[in-house]
Design a protein around this ligand. Structure first.
Ligand code: PMP
Length: 326
């Protein structure tokens, strides 16, 4: 930055210091200066440590083989959104992979709550990871690795969003015969390749087909279309059964919309009235274009906008869906 720009910038900052929020890049996102300077406190194997000391061995099976399970959860207004549902899914993934989680569900929930309190994090994203621990070879296991950590991120969209564009990935979703998509494992190699292909093509994300050629989901979120006021989404056996997807079912039913889980083809998508994606990260986001074809009139549709509004309201309202921390 030229010196003069720096000078003007610092003068503006001084004058409007209470109004200007300077954003700094950290953890791959933009955060306020305050967060950038603070060291967060993470939980690793029974200890609370500063982020710089929160380390896991290079011998960890999670690193060596992608062998482990995890969850990604949102923190809104100092409450953890649908924490019990995420913890239940973590235990199901672990049970299926024969990974022992060395804590009760209640203890794990308490650690998540403590994470929020220790970091005074009102808006953020929380991760839980569990692996079978150290072991250089396939069959050696130490004691399990458990970590709870996260970063401050704001609500993605306060209200409407103009919508995202997708392209069909050239690769397919890992089928249940190889790695059941309902397990949320640390092995996101397949998912990353879908996302990278989409970004390289200049769109926001990929629509991924299963091995039978039906639509499964996006690289890291579930997918819905609407047709004649009915919501349609892929069958659970071929996708990660999202916590947000289940929330969409509840919101849609409350509004009197029918939801059908069935095999969908790209033709169904191209000719849909509306499309949207959902996940803890994406929340509910309209999809306005797939493979260069406009969905509907190429703008977020009324059902999507309604559900999106209800979701924003839900994540702004206290209720049993929140585990209060702050
Ligand atoms: N599918 C995949 C592959 C994902 O990674 C995610 C994000 N966890 C989702 C769907 C959405 O799941 P959830 O609503 O539980 O965040």
């Amino acid at each position: 930055m030229p010196i003069s720009t720096v000078k003007v910038f610092s003068e503006v900052r001084r004058k409007y210091s209470s109004l200007v929020v300077v954003l700094v890049k950290k953890w791959g996102i933009e955060v306020s200066e305050e967060w950038a300077e603070r060291e967060l406190i993470f939980y690793v194997n029974g200890e609370w440590v500063p982020e710089s000391q929160a380390t896991i061995s290079v011998l960890d099976q999670g690193l060596l083989y992608g062998f482990g399970v995890f969850e990604g959860i949102r923190i809104y207004g100092g409450g953890i959104f649908k924490l019990n549902e995420h913890i239940d899914r973590l235990y199901r993934s672990a049970q299926s992979a024969q990974i022992n989680i060395p804590l009760t569900k209640a203890d794990l929930a308490e650690i998540c709550r403590e994470f929020v309190v220790r970091n005074n994090m009102k808006e953020g994203h929380l991760r839980i990871i569990v692996t079978p621990g150290k072991g250089y070879t396939w069959d050696t296991f130490g004691s399990p690795t458990t970590a709870v950590f996260g970063i401050p991120i704001g609500r993605m969209f306060e209200s409407g969003h103009e919508g995202i564009r997708l392209k069909t990935s050239s690769l397919r979703r890992t089928p249940p015969e190889c790695l059941d998509p309902r397990m949320k494992t640390l092995n996101y190699f397949n998912n990353k390749l879908h996302k990278m292909e989409a970004l390289a093509a200049g769109v926001d994300d990929a629509i991924v087909l299963d091995m039978r050629g039906f639509v499964s989901e996006l690289s890291g979120a579930n997918f819905f279309i609407t047709k004649d006021k009915t919501l349609l989404t892929s069958r659970k056996q071929f996708i990660l059964e999202g916590v947000t997807r289940a929330t969409v079912f509840e919101l849609a039913k409350k509004e009197g919309f029918q939801v059908i889980e069935e095999d969908l083809t790209l033709y169904d998508v191209y000719t849909a009235d509306e499309a949207f994606t959902c996940g803890s990260g994406y929340e509910i986001t309209p999809v306005v274009e797939v493979d260069g074809r406009k969905i509907g009139d190429g703008k977020p549709g009324p059902i999507t906008s309604k559900l999106q509004k209800l979701y924003v309201e839900l994540t702004h309202t206290e209720g049993p869906w929140f585990t209060k921390a702050l």
